[in-house]
Design a protein around this ligand. Structure first.
Ligand SMILES: [Zn+2]
Length: 95
């Protein structure tokens, strides 16, 4: 599990990039954002730019997608797995 504080930290880092006009993937789905950054949609739930598909999903879904299920968190889970690769009992067999 990724601590929520780390998730918000990472989201903040993405936000800073976007504010500076640096292109990022859509943090919600991992899809492409368009250039310039300001032309993308804003999430209804967090202060971040998302793609038009996610904007549509947010607009049509009554339940917000939990932040821990956003695409950028998958990358963090992958990173933490790699970091814990050599800890005993961390993951069982790897083939
Ligand atoms: Zn998206």
């Amino acid at each position: 599990m990724i601590p929520m504080s780390k998730i918000w930290d990472r989201l903040g880092a993405i936000q800073v990039k976007q504010c500076n006009g640096i292109s990022t993937p859509c943090p919600r789905c991992g899809g492409a954002l368009v250039e310039p950054m300001g032309a993308n949609a804003r999430s209804k739930h967090v202060l971040i730019l998302i793609c038009r598909i996610c904007e549509y999903e947010e607009a049509t879904s009554s339940v917000p997608k939990p932040i821990e299920h956003w695409h950028f968190v998958d990358g963090m889970i992958e990173e933490s797995r790699r970091d814990s690769e050599y800890q005993p009992g961390a993951g069982g067999c790897r083939t």
